[in-house]
Ligand binder design. Structure first.
Ligand code: NAD
Length: 350
């Protein structure tokens, strides 16, 4: 995609549309590449299929600094929208460097985008906690599979942002005891249980968890050593590696963040009999909410659909993994690929 008159240069990859129109974010960054766009588009095909959505995968990148002046950004996004108007198998969403305002501009141009502001039918997924709500569904199914009652289960949450704090809140509502939590400034630990509502209020007020008046203040790394039943990474990629994963003392890891564990680390957990629900099954609440929004659903339908699909998919992946003696990630990838190939077999052009 090129509009030399305004210096616009970008790429759209529509990876697969066998299951339906491709949904995938637009990333704006100075250093984006075709290869990155291809990989992200394929990841969206698998993520949408794994989530059980009737959507394919795509992705777009715009080579520009997202902090450019607002008027220039609006001009670039609107020009980009016009350039992709004919690609009606691709529905753009927000990604790094783009937000709900950008999606509103695109929708204004071509009547096609997800992740819109509430004022024009968008479902604000971070505000309603859609991804945390999906994590609750994944945890409920996975905990039942290892005979772990949620009432009294000890929970550790790394990262207390849009994903982590909602997950902690929903799980505490089921009787789980949050024994440790962290943010970018450090961890707070209390084996007797932290006050989740108070932690949530601190974060909403823009304050660090260390301001909490209960528990011990530690550095973030200490979270790995806290004995628990459920460990939820909800912050950064690659926090669990083969060097540190041996320190985890838990029965279940449910991945809220994207790729929080290296393949080696996941293999080590599997070898120790610790169940790991992979990111694209457990954190699918965001993509599911986007699909519900696209089809005109409201916030209530979104939460019902998130719980329903994440629950079904987690159960299928656990069953398939146990049957085939593989990791949940391998079973999830196979499930997604089977769904995509099954849909492709029904199309004329395979
Ligand atoms: P966020 O910015 O709202 O929150 C991130 C939290 O992690 C913050 O509390 C921050 O202080 C904390 N943090 C940062 N570095 C940390 C560190 N080193 N140790 C501990 N905590 C740290 O982000 P988010 O939307 O909650 O996303 C978190 C992760 O989940 C990301 O990997 C994101 O890609 C993934 N994810 C998010 C969604 C969603 O719906 N928001 C959906 C799928 C996946």
């Amino acid at each position: 995609v090129r509009r030399p008159a305004i210096g616009l240069s970008g790429i759209v990859v529509v990876d697969n549309v066998a299951r339906g129109p491709a949904i995938g974010g637009i990333r704006m960054a100075p250093d984006v590449t075709l290869e990155e766009c291809l990989r992200l588009a394929r990841a969206m095909t698998l993520k949408n299929a794994a989530a059980g959505l009737a959507h394919g995968g795509g992705k777009a990148v715009i080579a520009a600094d997202p902090r450019m002046p607002a008027a220039a950004k609006e001009a670039a996004i609107r020009a980009f929208a016009q350039a992709i108007a004919g690609l009606d198998d691709y529905v753009p969403g927000p990604d790094m460097g783009t937000d709900e305002r950008c999606m509103a501009w695109i929708h204004d141009e071509i009547a096609r985008a997800v992740g819109l502001p509430r004022a024009i039918g968008g479902i604000p997924l971070d505000e309603i906690g859609a991804t945390g709500w999906g994590l609750l569904a994944a945890v409920e199914v996975a905990a039942a599979a290892i005979d772990l009652p949620l009432a009294g289960a000890r929970l550790v949450v790394q990262g207390f942002g849009a994903v982590g704090r909602h997950a902690a809140r929903f799980l505490a509502g089921k009787g789980a005891v949050v024994v440790a939590a962290s943010d970018s400034r450090g961890a707070i630990v209390d084996p007797q249980g932290l006050d989740v509502a108070a932690l949530d209020a601190l974060k909403r007020a823009g304050r660090p968890l260390h301001d909490h008046d209960r528990g011990d203040r530690r550095d973030g790394d200490a979270l790995l050593d806290v004995p628990c039943d459920i460990w939820i990474p909800a912050a950064r990629p690659d926090v669990l590696t083969s060097d540190n994963v041996g320190r985890l003392r838990t029965r279940l890891v449910v991945e809220g963040a994207n790729i929080p564990a290296t393949p080696d680390a996941e293999a080590a957990l599997h070898a120790r009999g610790i169940l790991v629900v992979p990111d694209f099954i457990a954190n699918a609440g965001g993509v599911i909410t986007a699909a519900v929004e696209l089809h005109g659903g409201n916030e209530r339908t979104a939460l019902e659909t998130v719980a329903d699909l994440v629950r079904t998919n987690t159960a299928s992946v656990i069953d398939n993994a146990r049957r085939d003696g593989v990791t949940l990630r391998a079973a999830a990838l196979r499930l997604a690929e089977d769904r995509v190939r099954g849909a492709m077999a029904l199309r004329r052009w395979r």
